[in-house]
Design a protein around this ligand. Structure first.
Ligand SMILES: [Zn+2]
Length: 160
Protein backbone atom coordinates (compact mmCIF):
# COMPACT_ATOMS: atom_id res chain seq x y z
CA UNK A 1 0.00 0.00 0.00
CA UNK A 2 1.46 3.37 -0.89
CA UNK A 3 2.20 5.75 1.97
CA UNK A 4 -0.10 8.69 2.58
CA UNK A 5 0.74 11.53 0.28
CA UNK A 6 2.49 14.46 1.89
CA UNK A 7 2.70 18.14 0.93
CA UNK A 8 6.35 18.38 1.76
CA UNK A 9 8.56 15.32 1.76
CA UNK A 10 10.12 14.50 5.08
CA UNK A 11 10.25 10.73 4.64
CA UNK A 12 14.02 10.68 4.15
CA UNK A 13 13.86 8.17 1.29
CA UNK A 14 15.59 10.49 -1.19
CA UNK A 15 18.24 11.42 1.30
CA UNK A 16 19.12 7.87 2.25
CA UNK A 17 19.04 6.73 -1.39
CA UNK A 18 21.40 9.55 -2.38
CA UNK A 19 23.88 8.37 0.21
CA UNK A 20 24.20 5.04 -1.56
CA UNK A 21 27.08 5.40 -4.01
CA UNK A 22 25.49 3.12 -6.61
CA UNK A 23 21.99 4.52 -6.41
CA UNK A 24 20.75 6.55 -9.41
CA UNK A 25 19.22 9.11 -7.07
CA UNK A 26 21.87 11.65 -6.29
CA UNK A 27 22.15 14.85 -4.38
CA UNK A 28 24.04 17.80 -5.76
CA UNK A 29 25.72 19.42 -2.82
CA UNK A 30 26.41 22.71 -4.54
CA UNK A 31 23.02 23.16 -6.12
CA UNK A 32 21.24 21.55 -3.23
CA UNK A 33 19.09 19.47 -5.55
CA UNK A 34 18.07 15.86 -5.93
CA UNK A 35 18.23 14.29 -9.35
CA UNK A 36 18.19 10.95 -11.10
CA UNK A 37 21.48 10.20 -12.82
CA UNK A 38 21.35 8.53 -16.20
CA UNK A 39 23.95 7.84 -18.84
CA UNK A 40 27.29 9.53 -18.49
CA UNK A 41 26.24 12.92 -17.20
CA UNK A 42 22.49 13.04 -17.63
CA UNK A 43 20.39 14.53 -14.88
CA UNK A 44 16.67 14.38 -14.39
CA UNK A 45 15.64 16.83 -11.73
CA UNK A 46 13.48 15.61 -8.88
CA UNK A 47 10.86 18.07 -7.70
CA UNK A 48 8.58 15.65 -5.88
CA UNK A 49 9.50 12.65 -3.82
CA UNK A 50 8.61 9.45 -5.71
CA UNK A 51 7.92 7.70 -2.43
CA UNK A 52 5.64 10.03 -0.48
CA UNK A 53 4.65 12.49 -3.22
CA UNK A 54 5.78 15.47 -1.20
CA UNK A 55 7.65 18.44 -2.53
CA UNK A 56 11.39 17.92 -2.23
CA UNK A 57 12.38 19.33 1.18
CA UNK A 58 14.10 22.42 -0.11
CA UNK A 59 12.64 24.94 2.30
CA UNK A 60 14.31 23.40 5.33
CA UNK A 61 17.61 23.23 3.48
CA UNK A 62 17.23 26.72 2.12
CA UNK A 63 17.01 28.03 5.68
CA UNK A 64 20.40 26.51 6.36
CA UNK A 65 22.04 28.67 3.75
CA UNK A 66 22.31 32.41 3.40
CA UNK A 67 20.01 33.93 0.81
CA UNK A 68 21.69 35.28 -2.28
CA UNK A 69 19.59 38.02 -3.82
CA UNK A 70 19.32 38.56 -7.55
CA UNK A 71 21.29 41.75 -7.09
CA UNK A 72 24.09 39.99 -5.23
CA UNK A 73 24.16 37.25 -7.84
CA UNK A 74 24.60 39.86 -10.54
CA UNK A 75 27.39 41.49 -8.57
CA UNK A 76 29.11 38.12 -8.15
CA UNK A 77 28.91 37.38 -11.86
CA UNK A 78 30.48 40.78 -12.49
CA UNK A 79 33.48 39.63 -10.42
CA UNK A 80 34.01 36.76 -12.86
CA UNK A 81 34.34 39.04 -15.85
CA UNK A 82 37.69 38.64 -17.62
CA UNK A 83 38.80 35.95 -15.21
CA UNK A 84 39.73 32.93 -17.29
CA UNK A 85 42.74 31.24 -15.73
CA UNK A 86 44.15 30.51 -12.29
CA UNK A 87 46.66 33.33 -12.87
CA UNK A 88 43.78 35.77 -13.55
CA UNK A 89 42.12 34.71 -10.30
CA UNK A 90 45.25 35.21 -8.22
CA UNK A 91 46.01 38.55 -9.91
CA UNK A 92 42.53 39.85 -9.19
CA UNK A 93 41.73 38.39 -5.79
CA UNK A 94 45.04 37.30 -4.29
CA UNK A 95 45.70 33.85 -2.90
CA UNK A 96 42.66 31.70 -2.21
CA UNK A 97 41.42 31.30 1.34
CA UNK A 98 41.11 27.60 0.77
CA UNK A 99 41.61 24.96 -1.87
CA UNK A 100 39.08 22.20 -1.90
CA UNK A 101 38.15 19.14 -3.86
CA UNK A 102 34.59 19.19 -5.06
CA UNK A 103 32.59 16.29 -6.30
CA UNK A 104 30.01 17.17 -8.89
CA UNK A 105 26.82 15.24 -8.91
CA UNK A 106 27.58 12.85 -6.11
CA UNK A 107 27.39 12.95 -2.44
CA UNK A 108 30.62 11.75 -0.92
CA UNK A 109 30.08 8.29 0.47
CA UNK A 110 31.50 8.27 3.95
CA UNK A 111 33.16 4.90 4.09
CA UNK A 112 34.19 3.30 0.85
CA UNK A 113 36.15 5.92 -1.08
CA UNK A 114 36.90 3.50 -3.89
CA UNK A 115 33.26 3.39 -4.83
CA UNK A 116 33.04 7.10 -5.21
CA UNK A 117 31.87 8.21 -8.62
CA UNK A 118 31.51 11.39 -10.50
CA UNK A 119 33.87 14.10 -11.44
CA UNK A 120 36.25 15.51 -8.88
CA UNK A 121 37.68 18.93 -9.48
CA UNK A 122 39.87 21.37 -7.63
CA UNK A 123 38.30 24.61 -6.51
CA UNK A 124 39.83 27.86 -5.28
CA UNK A 125 37.59 29.17 -2.52
CA UNK A 126 37.29 32.83 -1.52
CA UNK A 127 35.27 33.50 1.59
CA UNK A 128 35.30 37.26 1.85
CA UNK A 129 34.22 38.40 -1.62
CA UNK A 130 30.55 38.20 -0.68
CA UNK A 131 28.80 38.34 2.69
CA UNK A 132 26.36 35.61 1.70
CA UNK A 133 28.31 33.32 -0.60
CA UNK A 134 31.67 31.65 -0.89
CA UNK A 135 33.11 32.27 -4.32
CA UNK A 136 34.58 29.20 -5.97
CA UNK A 137 36.71 29.01 -9.07
CA UNK A 138 36.60 25.54 -10.51
CA UNK A 139 39.91 24.66 -12.07
CA UNK A 140 39.67 22.81 -15.36
CA UNK A 141 42.18 21.63 -17.91
CA UNK A 142 45.21 23.86 -18.60
CA UNK A 143 44.39 26.01 -15.55
CA UNK A 144 41.21 27.43 -17.02
CA UNK A 145 38.69 28.46 -14.40
CA UNK A 146 34.96 28.75 -14.12
CA UNK A 147 33.50 31.00 -11.45
CA UNK A 148 30.64 29.83 -9.32
CA UNK A 149 29.37 30.38 -5.83
CA UNK A 150 28.01 28.50 -2.86
CA UNK A 151 25.62 30.00 -0.38
CA UNK A 152 27.22 30.33 3.01
CA UNK A 153 26.08 27.80 5.54
CA UNK A 154 24.28 29.56 8.37
CA UNK A 155 23.06 26.56 10.32
CA UNK A 156 19.60 25.40 11.16
CA UNK A 157 18.57 28.51 13.06
CA UNK A 158 15.39 28.92 11.00
CA UNK A 159 14.42 25.27 11.09
CA UNK A 160 11.07 24.49 12.57
ZN1 LIG B 1 9.35 11.58 0.57
Amino acid sequence: MPPKRKDVCDCGVLESASKEPVHPIRWDERMNEYFIAHGKSGRMMIYYCPFCGGRVPESRRASMFAHVTQQEETRIFELFRGVRTVADVIAKFGPADEERQFASGVRKPSRDAKRERGEIFRGLVYKSLSPVADIVFEVGSSDSVRGTWIQKYVGEKNAC
